[in-house]
Design a binder for this molecule. Structure first.
Ligand code: ADP
Ligand code: MG
Length: 386
């Protein structure tokens, strides 16, 4: 619970709008822990809500107007609640407009004053956008007395990303922000769209190590990977005795038995989400037995699969994971998110954070001249009202 940022927000809200908010909410960002590129293959992901989030405050108005302020910029946009059209200018407002449109389709909304403020780094892969959407969704729904089931709320955020912000994302970010629980990982099933939590405990935390790698052609590479997965799923549908509509339906044993009928690249692409699904399912058993070393081992395996099978790693990410492997305090490490740059997430005991961070920073600096940014991530509670 982020009361520091909530109190800053309350102060700013009062001073700008000269009134008290009626509802204040909070929603965290998220980090992907295991299960890479499994969402569009209808598989499984383990993620966590993080200890960085966004607070959102609202109070009704009776003139049908929305005044929306980004609390860090202290910039305000105004629009009729009945027409939250996306704009090029003030792109940050589109995430909230998309949520207003989604909620407005369920029940008519009145006007309101709104302001948000938070500490999720923007555009860093920790999903500040989902934190903004889910904090807005909870606050606005509560203000107008709307009951919105969490999966519906997550879908409203996803639609805001797709139709208002132009980002074709899955449901992982919003679901993690809503379903997160302190000391737990969120397990998502992207076929049934069901979400539950798996206990990780508070004896470990994560170190997020952000590379400075920016790679061109990411979109093309992403499409190539998706097409290869679809091609492989069609092949397995033809050779397996049971229905296959996505790689989710193929076990690792079936993959090994039939992979020789695929060309080498397609086989390696398919190996990744199939292996990741098995690792996510295995992880839950390991965590039930408090086997953190075993769980860390799955994270290292996940990274090897990204590196050699899916080829969505890059030298900067590999440098960090290699350093993590040779550092005794780090239990596991892998790239987190789409890949081709971005961040590595490492599993560390709190007592080892300093040494782990130094080891990774040194290894990165010796190769790339500057240290990578590292940040401690704790698995935290999901979105809530204050
Ligand atoms: P990520 O979700 O990984 O942080 P995105 O590009 O999806 O990256 O979303 C970042 C965008 O979300 C920002 O550029 C901004 O428009 C908007 N945003 C999210 N949180 C805030 C905030 N607290 N203040 C202003 N804009 C925000
Ligand atoms: Mg985002």
């Amino acid at each position: 619970m982020d009361t520091v940022n909530r109190d800053i927000l309350l102060k700013k809200f009062r001073s700008l709008y000269a009134r008290e908010p009626a509802v204040v909410s909070y929603a965290p960002g998220r980090v992907e822990i295991l299960g890479n590129h499994t969402d569009y293959n209808e598989g499984f992901v383990l993620s966590a809500a993080i200890n960085f989030g966004t607070c959102f405050a609202v109070a009704k108005r009776n003139d049908g107007v929305v005044r929306l302020t980004a609390g860090d910029l202290m910039k305000t946009v105004e629009f009729p609640v009945s027409d939250p059209a996306p704009t090029k200018l003030d792109g940050w407002s589109n995430y909230v407009k998309g949520v207003i449109a989604g909620l407005g389709a369920r029940a008519p909304l009145g006007g309101f004053d709104a302001m948000f403020y938070g500490n999720v780094p923007l555009g860093s892969g920790l999903s500040s956008s989902a934190a903004l959407e889910m904090s807005a969704g909870l606050a606005i729904a509560a203000l107008f007395g709307l009951e919105v089931p969490p999966v519906e709320m997550a879908k409203i955020g996803q639609r805001a990303e797709r139709e208002y912000a132009g980002c074709n994302c899955g449901l992982l970010d919003q679901a993690s922000s809503l379903f997160g629980k302190r000391g737990c990982l969120v397990r998502s099933d992207f076929r049934s769209l069901t979400f539950d939590t798996v206990e990780l405990g508070n004896d470990v935390c994560f170190l997020l190590c952000k590379t400075h790698a920016k790679h061109a052609l990411v979109d093309g590479a992403y499409n190539e990977r998706r097409e290869a997965c679809e091609r492989a799923a069609r092949y397995f549908a033809g050779v397996l005795p049971h229905p296959v509509t996505a790689l989710r339906d193929v076990t690792w044993a079936e993959f090994l038995a039939h992979k020789d009928g695929l060309d080498d690249v397609t086989a390696r692409r398919a190996a990744h989400p199939i292996g990741e699904d098995e690792r996510v399912l295995a992880a839950a058993d390991l965590l039930r037995n408090h086997d953190l070393e075993g769980f860390g081992g799955l994270m290292f395996e996940s990274h090897s699969s990204s590196r050699y099978n899916f080829e969505n790693s890059c030298p900067e990410l590999d440098t960090i994971v290699d350093a993590a492997k040779s550092s005794s305090g780090i239990l596991g490490a892998r790239l987190s998110g789409g890949g081709f740059g971005g961040s590595v997430v490492a599993l560390v005991r709190p007592a080892d954070v300093k040494a782990a961070s130094a080891a990774i920073g040194d290894a990165y600096a010796s190769k790339y001249g500057t240290r990578c940014d590292t940040r401690v991530i704790e698995c935290s509670d999901g979105a809530h009202l204050f």
